[in-house]
Design a binder for this molecule. Structure first.
Ligand code: HEM
Length: 339
């Protein structure tokens, strides 16, 4: 599935030309390189230890060298958004800008390749593992799955053309629901191993530490997510920790403690990074994950096969994938619109 997603989105994004520039190993190269580019891989050195990833990356950049090696003409308004040569108009605009600003040939190739990474790896690196992980988090407990379906089922919208498999949800209500929020936040908290990076722009002293200009600072997401002072029993999957209900007669002190807890938990949940580089797709991600996972779990009974243990691969730059491909048994539910 990842291959299909990669190949269709790459050719949609860059037009079919990218396929002829890259060759038939396009997916294999991207995968080899992407798998090697996990946390901490911020220098060329890592690729010298992983020659396959080194050559895969080289072939990818050579493909983009060829892809940018062409004339740039006016965009025909007959097809305002996409054409065969450039794929999305945005690529043509980026190329024109880079040429105006005197980018080198290789600089332009890298700039285009980095957008392949942003666009495609969002799906391959984050969205697909997150959908898998989110489903696994829910199905690992029968009571959790039941509760999930109890919340989701009343939010189903009437079927289009009386097709019972056409499931659409009232997304606004789904996203607002406190239990669903708890599941989503908890899946993010336990499934992330990203490390947003920032380069220090001037010598700075921070809480007694000297940060030199040019140093790379990483945001330790996993440490934040497992901070025991913020998340009691951090290794446990507890959606309830994100539900901030108080009894009607709660005291001022209880209310203020609850506000503090909420603020600390939110500040510590950093799956989407923070500050100026904060993931601009986070709401899209949430919407697509909730609708995909709700659809899957209403349409199918999904069961983990084997000992049910699930290990995640910490070599990640976002959401971790399972260390070994999980084996699951999937059965179509007789009536997907019922609990
Ligand atoms: C579960 C899914 C996702 C996760 C965990 C995730 C995570 C991240 C992280 C950690 C960053 C770097 C943040 C930083 O440096 O502070 C980022 C950046 C970014 N993400 Fe996401 N992302 C996800 C889905 C998406 C989606 C679906 C889109 C687009 C529709 C998207 C678009 C972007 C963009 C454009 C940036 C760069 C933002 C910038 O530098 O201004 N992401 N994402």
């Amino acid at each position: 599935m990842r291959r299909i997603v990669f190949e269709t989105s790459t050719t949609t994004f860059f037009g079919n030309r990218i396929r002829s520039c890259w060759g038939k190993n396009m997916w294999q190269d991207f995968r080899t390189w992407n798998d090697a580019t996990y946390i901490g891989v911020r220098a060329n050195f890592a690729y010298y230890f992983q020659p396959r990833a080194y050559f895969a990356r080289r072939r990818m950049l050579q493909a983009f060298d060829k892809w940018v090696d062409c004339d740039i003409e006016e965009w025909s308004e007959e097809a305002p958004l996409w054409n065969e040569k450039w794929g999305c108009r945005m690529n043509w605009e980026r190329e024109a800008l880079a040429r105006n600003f005197g980018f080198t040939h290789r600089g332009r190739a890298c700039s285009q390749a980095s957008f392949l990474f942003v666009q495609v790896s969002i799906i391959i690196t984050n969205a697909a593992p997150m959908a898998t992980w989110f489903i696994l988090c829910i199905i690992q407990s029968d009571s959790r799955l039941r509760k999930f379906r109890e919340v989701v089922q009343p939010l189903l919208l009437p079927p289009v053309k009386s097709n019972p498999n056409d499931l659409r949800f009232d997304m606004a209500k789904l996203k607002e629901h406190s239990y669903i929020r708890g599941l989503w936040n908890e899946a993010l908290r336990l499934g992330s191993a990203s490390a947003a990076a920032r380069v220090v722009s001037k010598d700075t002293e921070l809480e007694g530490y000297v940060l030199k200009r040019g140093s790379v600072v990483l945001l330790p997401v996993r440490l934040l997510h497992f901070d025991e002072e913020v998340f009691h029993e951090p290794e446990k999957f507890l959606p309830e920790r994100w539900i901030y209900d108080l009894p009607q007669d709660a005291t001022e002190e209880q209310r203020s403690l609850m506000v503090q807890k909420r603020q600390r938990q939110s500040a510590n949940l950093r799956s989407f990074g923070g500050g100026t580089g904060l993931c601009s797709g986070r709401f899209v991600a949430e919407q697509e994950m909730l609708s995909t996972v709700s659809t899957m779990l209403m349409l199918f009974d999904i069961e983990l096969v084997g000992d049910g243990a699930l290990e995640l691969n910490p070599r990640s730059i976002g959401i971790m994938s399972p260390a070994k491909e999980p084996r699951v048994r999937i059965r179509k539910r007789r009536n997907p619109r019922m609990i």
